[in-house]
Design a protein around this ligand. Sequence first.
Ligand code: 1PR
Length: 593
Amino acid sequence: MESPPFHFYSASRPTVFLPSYSSSSFLFLHKNPSFIKSSRSTNVSYSRSFSVRASSSSSTSDSVVTLLDYGAGNVRSVRNAIKHLGFDIKDVQTPEDILNASRLIFPGVGAFGNAMDVLNKTGMAEALCAYIEKDRPFLGICLGLQLLFESSEENGPVKGLGLIPGTVGRFDSSNGFRVPHIGWNALHITKDSGILDDVGKRHVYFVHSYRAMPSDNNKEWVSSTCNYGDTFIASIRRGNVHAVQFHPEKSGDVGLSILRRFLYPKSQMTKKPGEGKASKLAQRVIACLDVRANDKGDLVVTKGDQYDVRENTNEKEVRNLGKPVELASQYYLDGADEVSFLNITGFRDFPLGDLPMLQVLKYTSENVFVPLTVGGGIRDFTDANGRHYTSLEVASEYFRSGADKISIGSDAVYAAEEYLRTGVKTGKTSLEQISRVYGNQAVVVSIDPRRVYVKNPTDVQFKTIRVSNRGPNGEEYAWYQCTVNGGREGRPIGAYELAKAVEELGAGEILLNCIDCDGQGKGFDIDLVKLISDAVSIPVIASSGAGAAEHFSEVFAKTNASAALAAGIFHRKEVPIQTVKEHLLKEGIEVRI
Ligand code: 1PR
């Protein structure tokens, strides 16, 4: 998992945010200073003289899972999944808590070097090695797998725990594969791994830029691999020690079954399916919920026609298509690969004042085990009392409430304009700050472009394309003008220029809407999606205009989009998500089943 320095926070102090690691911030997390041992460089060879001893009274309760959360990011989803499976959580406070655990889950988040720094400084590295070497029940997730290896190239080389031979390296994007690796892949299961017994050919969710490679030296550990440009290690197993590169807590019901098998190792569950085969990255189908308060003040899912969300009546009420938590849960059950919430009045309302939206996220994340994105209003803000909030604080609150990714609209446009004007990355924009702290895989930029026809490609300074359907006056060319504030204001920047700039500023993914197509049901703007998905090397989500299952296969066949998002057809129950997926499968397009 890619993300820069740690931050630490306390549930009781939701607005406190300490963006980079320091010993004082560590003290803030772990109130007992004696917990911190002498600092040890991550590049110093790791000594195996285990000085930490387990107490005689180990926590043996069958319903308790010990969780190693060193405060580096959002592990709310893991907590929700464990609770959903009927377990209580005991948080590790001291290295002894690790040694006394009856089962330990380590959902590594943040960057490798920072994680090792914390583990070394707190004595947890030693305790972890002792615990694992005693073959005690362990499940590492994502970075929690990578840290078991000898070293990582992430901001390194940095030494890891050294339990498994091998080095963790970055994916190579020069061969056309988009990095980060975000999305659903099937596994190639290489040995009996116990916890993967229900996986078979089903897909699991990955999000990472670094990976460990299988070799002769580590083959006794490897239980499955996956292919994304290279063949990398998707999971390891030795005895009671398991670790997975993917996120079971975000892998839908198959992910929950992996966690369940770890938590109830002796129980006989479903019949073992056939061997899983490595596959391509599945194309994602995303359900999007545009959310805002209606005129009565209730938070509702709405849907616009070219961004106009009001009914065509005298009263002009906000169109109400349902309740956000209910709809999101339904789409999860229907097979959505992700769910996005866009707080569409976030540009004018302050999202942290909009507590119902945070509640929506909290409730949704308790029952929806696929990635959740939330957008709207991510920017610096000063409230009526003069209290200033940074965009990072706003984003942090969204992450704490259950978001896996945040999506930035208007603020990313201003940041890109400034960057293109000055050529300087200030590091201060919301985009840069949030991706530095949470990793670029957690930052989506949502673009709201409008087609502008021109007679000649040289009529404007922006990238133009020859359009498939001519304009009203026979124009053969168009550029796509970015807008802000929910499409209300056009800006002097094209979608092409914006996409390239935000990739450089740290966006991990682009949500590409199109105002002309929004709510029209006539298909995605293939010209636009092709233009942008060919221009950047981060994943692009095609959005706006889906009206039939065929529109999804068309956009995947004709462009390099990694995902396709729809709203209206799902809300109005015109085309179920399952129908879209069955159609894609029939067309030979790999999807998560
Ligand atoms: O600018 O950072 O506050 O973010 C505001 C966010 O809210 C942006 O992501 C922006 O796209 C979104 N937004 C603002 N106003 C509207 C509106 O509709 N009036 N919705 C709006 C954008 C577009 C899609 C929609 C697809 C698919 N909605 O998300 O879901 O077009 O629809 P379809 O399948 O029915 O065609 P900031």
